[in-house]
Design a protein around this ligand. Structure first.
Ligand SMILES: [Mn+2]
Length: 481
């Protein structure tokens, strides 16, 4: 493709030539003879001509498909240049504003009157993204090198994760170990309660990530301690001091850390660590890229929640390095026969009224069966609230999910179960843990069907309560009576 650039500034000319000459057959139209000579000496095609004359463009053999770039350097005469190009038959016109002062930009509209399809480009805008990324990377590099040095002479390092480490925690542990240039014997990835959920186990297994169970009295045996995807306050008083914290949860107080990088606006800890890895040019193996890509996908629910531009950029960067087939395999692990069996079991006691689904699973061995079933049933047509309860070790667990644009699920569990157990959560997901005998004392000795019905009814009442401004639907009255 042909391009003609009307430019008088040598720096702009040389930059455009470097950037565009691979894709375009580019030629420059300049006013100064010495400048043209210098350019031609460097194999840059340049001709001397008056840019305000139609004839200059006719001689340059301008066609409607030639891409014409006109530099606006704030000098007068831009209008006559654009007019001459139009009269010579040019229509693919770009005005490149290079160092133009804002007051001069008002002639934008004047130019578009002459050539309606004219496009404005601002050199500063074009540069901004790349330049700030590069400078940000330099400051990240300085931070990373500082903690790398600080960790370098420790015999053994602990990278501590939260309980039941999820994909983000597991991958972050792996990434930090790599950044610290350590092996699994010199940097232990540990948690106080290890991995039990099937999808997390499957990931740890497929990617060969070992998580050691650590007790509080072992903390002293490590030369340096880092926490990733979690902050030290999570461990109560057990961890008053750490060396490094990398996390994307809201920043907490009540601990001291030598280094920290906490970015609550990021969708995953692995996004932060991708930036660390890129800043210091560490080699990213396929295994590590796969782990981190899966972590970003899973923590952001594939960009459906709490995501920013950096998450997307990290994803784009990691994608070609990762093993997509392996990720599909890890995702498939979410469905197990045991979990499907719980979904079926839920149907036996279920009640669906006014878009509130409620079911009781009875006794079960693991809490994730309850949350999985609640998540699963939220997908059912006509369900806007899904509440699944069950008993694990004498505790009644109530898991609540909704589609988000209704009243707050966290408030629902707090107002109904906060007095007899622990209850809390967010707008779209919440949980209550109540000793089974305290539930009975408050609500009576109910059957399984009775428990599901009672909790469903509480949710309906909560949704109908005008307090939260939920829409009232009077036409539904008949079926609730
Ligand atoms: Mn996370």
């Amino acid at each position: 493709m042909r391009a003609l650039a009307v430019c008088q500034d040598e720096l702009v000319i040389r930059t455009l030539h470097q950037v565009l000459s691979t894709a375009f057959d580019i030629e420059f139209l300049v006013e100064s003879r010495p400048l043209a000579r210098r350019l031609v000496d460097d194999q840059i095609a340049a001709t001397v001509a008056d840019p305000k004359k139609v004839d200059s463009y006719l001689r340059a053999d301008l066609s409607p498909s030639t891409c014409v770039i006109v530099e606006d350097n704030g000098r007068r005469g831009l209008k006559s240049v654009v007019t001459a190009i139009r009269d010579a038959g040019g229509s693919l016109l770009y005005v490149l504003h290079a160092g133009t002062r804002p007051s001069n930009l008002r002639n934008h509209d004047d130019l578009n009157v002459i050539v309606p399809e004219l496009t404005h480009l601002d050199l500063a805008d074009l540069l901004a993204g790349a330049l700030t990324t590069e400078l940000d990377r330099a400051s990240t590099r300085a931070r990373v090198q500082q903690y790398q040095r600080y960790f370098a002479d420790a015999d053994r390092v602990l990278i501590l994760l939260h309980n039941e480490p999820d994909p983000d925690a597991l991958a972050a542990g792996l990434a930090l170990r790599n950044l610290l240039r350590r092996t699994r014997t010199t940097a232990i990835i540990g948690a106080m309660q290890g991995v039990t959920r099937p999808e997390n186990l499957r990931m740890a297994d497929l990617l060969d990530i070992q998580v050691e169970t650590i007790t509080a009295d072992e903390f002293d045996s490590f030369g340096r301690i880092a926490t990733v995807d979690v902050q030290p306050h999570y461990f109560g008083g057990a961890l008053p001091r750490v060396d490094l914290v990398i996390d994307h949860h809201p920043e907490q107080t009540g601990y001291t850390a030598v280094f920290k990088d906490i970015r609550p606006d990021f969708g995953s800890t692995c996004t932060i660590l991708t930036e660390h890895l890129r800043a210091v040019d560490v080699n990213i193996s396929e295994r590590m890229a796969t782990a981190m890509l899966y972590a970003i996908k899973s923590d952001t629910l594939f960009f459906a929640r709490h995501t920013n531009r950096s998450d997307l950029e990290a994803f784009t960067f990691l994608y070609p390095l990762a093993d997509a087939a392996l990720i599909r395999k890890m995702e498939g692990a979410e469905i197990t026969l045991e979990r499907l069996e719980h979904v079926t079991r839920a149907l036996a006691t279920s009640r669906l009224k006014r878009q509130v689904f409620s079911a009781f699973l009875g006794e079960t061995t693991r809490e994730d069966f309850i949350t999985y079933t609640a998540d699963f049933l939220l997908q059912v047509e006509d369900v806007k609230w899904s509440i699944v309860s069950g008993i694990v070790g004498g505790q009644l667990i109530i898991s609540v999910r909704n589609l988000g644009y209704s009243r707050n699920a966290g408030e629902f569990v707090k107002s109904n179960f906060g007095d007899i157990g622990s209850a809390g959560g967010h707008r779209a997901m919440a949980k209550a843990v109540v000793p089974a005998d305290r539930f009975r004392a408050k609500f009576g000795d109910l059957s399984g069907v009775g428990i599901a019905a009672r909790i469903g009814q509480l949710a309906e009442e909560f949704l109908n309560d005008s307090g939260g401004g939920a829409e009232k639907n009077t036409s539904d009255k008949a079926d609730s009576g």
